[in-house]
Design a protein around this ligand. Sequence first.
Ligand code: FES
Length: 279
Amino acid sequence: MPSARRSPFIPHTARLKESIDLTPDVKLFRMELEDEAVRKEFQYKPGQFAFVSAFGVGESPFGLASVAYQNDAVEVAVRRVGTVTAALHELEPGAIVGVRGPFGNYFPLEEYKGKNICIIGGGIGMAPLRPVIRTILDNRSNYGKLTVVIGSRSPADLVFASEYEGWGSQPDTRVELTVDRGDANWKGRVALIPAVVKEIHLSPENSVAIICGPPIMIRFVLVELKALGFAPHQIVTTLEAKMKCGLGKCARCNVGDKYVCQDGPVFSMDQIAGFLEQF
Ligand code: FES
């Protein structure tokens, strides 16, 4: 029996190919699943997530930051915030980690063909949005205008910063950057993301807004999008929740009557508007 059909609670082993510093506390992990059959079967779409484990310490869920068809490496952005992520940060290339997944639903990019796309990401919330951007840019003629609004606490905290210029140089694509606090070298905008959404007058016409970031950011971005005329079904977000199983079994991740791990992590605002205060 192929190993991919084992219990979904047992992680696959993967070799850490690279661990790249994205910010002072975020590393991009590039991992290669060891078993070739598993590698072929580990197909996923933008928005899905996987658990990554540091053996002997524990596992945590991460939004997948890579595009499955682009290469064999599975990528996640790991922010050092607790025991598991601290242990992962200590690993050197060549180390073996566990990978369980992929889990959850995904951004319905097929449905968005022909629409203008506004992507709004705060901090490490850009990680699950990166494959959305890459997929749209790979299929540029299938979509309308692409606007990417990216914010972080400081210039040093902008994740995937080396990729912004390439994104912004594509046809009908603009990238708007902002930080909460500048530094001596920062010549760009200093403002909160919701203020930028208001300032650039995103149009709701034939548009979809995709948001990911801290809950407080999402709430205030929603206010601005509503004021601009976006209807709840035109706004999609991916939620983070405390997760243990990823399989709808442990009841750790519910939002109202939904499980983030199975019904999400991607939700439209009309699905979860009443539950946002839980975050
Ligand atoms: S993580 Fe266990 S039910 Fe969602």
